[in-house]
Design a protein around this ligand. Sequence first.
Ligand code: NAD
Ligand code: MG
Length: 359
Amino acid sequence: MKTLQVDLGQRSYPIYIGSRLLEQADLLTRHIRSKQVLIVTNETVAPLYLQQVLDNLSDFVVETVILPDGEQYKTLDYLNRIFDTLLTHKFSRNASLIALGGGVIGDMGGFAAACYQRGIPFIQIPTTLLAQVDSSVGGKTGVNHPLGKNMIGAFYQPQCVIADMSVLSTLDDRQLSAGIAEVIKYGLIREPDFFAWLEDNLESLLDRDVEALAHAVERSCRNKAEVVAADEKEADVRATLNLGHTFGHAIETGMGYGSYLHGEAVAIGTCQAADLSRRKGWLTDADVERIIRLFKRARLPVEPPAALDANRFIELMAVDKKNVDGNIRLILLKSIGEATLPVGVEKALLVATLNGYGR
Ligand code: NAD
Ligand code: MG
């Protein structure tokens, strides 16, 4: 097992990475301060892993909330079910909340923990690759509002993150690839050697070799932890984690949520960002080809949907948190392994990418 530390002063916490970690009761219980524990999970994950977690908590008074599975339930209404259970069972301020599931459960569990009695300790047990490398680390929690995704939330750091590679065996292939898209992102924005490692080891990841997965999760989490430690509230460098996301969000929204997984949209968006970086004169043709090839090998889409033309893309990209005074700003690449901070782009260049790349 590897342990990484997220350095945030008094709010620092460890990330445990390894296989069969759910069998190690002590990893979990050392972070629990009272008898009362609430586990938040969903209908898909509960039959697979809830009992294993419960087995570790025989000395505790444990309640469980099992939410329906899906992004459409990441709402204030379903969040309230967590508060209902906490209050019904008279949970106190030092009770612990465990989020057992993918990013949806992690974001909701974390936000519930941030709000209940103004904050109770919580533990992340991420069960998708995406949640292990991205959403469980960094303290962004929240729910969706009908008028915007992740619009209601809080920064709230967990007590620890337990990333068990063994749980990834039940994840479907499409979800695994979607997680790999965010893994590739870390190599692209700040670690060229990691990008090269991924080129050499992609098949092992797709085969779910637990050592390869643990290595990829560790390097991804280390990168995310360093970025978050430098800029917890996204004043500057944390924005680089959004490489490919402005194009990607446009694809997710424009095509209707659910038709593309987030990681799939990010893969396409990153290829578009790479194409634009080439037009800026920063990446070479060969760099762009390397990037596209790796996403393709990871069984991810790399071309924008035909249904979205340049005008529609620009319309959708205009509603992004990074924009200033209505001007679209993007994370681009200076090279493989070095991202820019958000930069304004000439409209003509953006249009050239939107009409030229993958069309
Ligand atoms: P998800 O939570 O919907 O999980 C994907 C699917 O996999 C679900 O059907 C889930 O039930 C299933 N699943 C989970 N673990 C499984 C397992 N071990 N075996 C089999 N099936 C399993 O989606 P996700 O991709 O994990 O996360 C996406 C969410 O994360 C979005 O809501 C997004 O906004 C959020 N997110 C948050 C951050 C952050 O910083 N907080 C970062 C990235 C994404
Ligand atoms: Mg993302």
